[in-house]
Design a protein around this ligand. Sequence first.
Ligand SMILES: Cc1cc2nc3c(=O)[nH]c(=O)nc-3n(C[C@H](O)[C@H](O)[C@H](O)COP(=O)(O)O)c2cc1C
Length: 144
Amino acid sequence: MFQLIYLSWASDTFDPFGPRGMQSILNTAQNFNSSKNITGMLIFRNQLFLQLLEGEQKDVMELFEKIKSDPRHKDIQVILSQEGDKKVFPNWSMAYSDLTGRELDIVNEIMPWDQVVEDFKNGKEVPNNKILSIFLRFKYDQAA
Ligand SMILES: Cc1cc2nc3c(=O)[nH]c(=O)nc-3n(C[C@H](O)[C@H](O)[C@H](O)COP(=O)(O)O)c2cc1C
């Protein structure tokens, strides 16, 4: 099982509420990913996307090639790609959070989202262990 995490900026023209917005991305993702046993989570806040993709390496990489060429985002940077023991989200073809309310608190406890945004903006390395912890925290929060 292979895991890939990347960060990217939404394109200037991206309208999260428009016809090619978040709902369209999630519909596509949930259909396609479940057909390939790909799972994961997508976070979108302050124009920043953070996505975890997990599945067979070949499938994840093929999907990532498509995602990379999607004009809805830019400056895509892989922050983690590794063979993992166990999926973080075995049952979610693509979970989604816009980090409102309690979800933002969860993330901020691990690494303030504003810090992620600042680091990425300034070309600083975003600590990948913290980012993975963010997703793990969502997993456990869900289980609780
Ligand atoms: C931030 C972001 C995340 C995406 N995540 C997925 C995903 O997990 N699965 C998926 O099938 N498409 C995802 N997409 C959509 C793909 O980029 C692409 O539109 C989709 O694979 C259809 O491509 P096609 O029309 O070339 O078949 C994502 C797009 C963006 C902008």
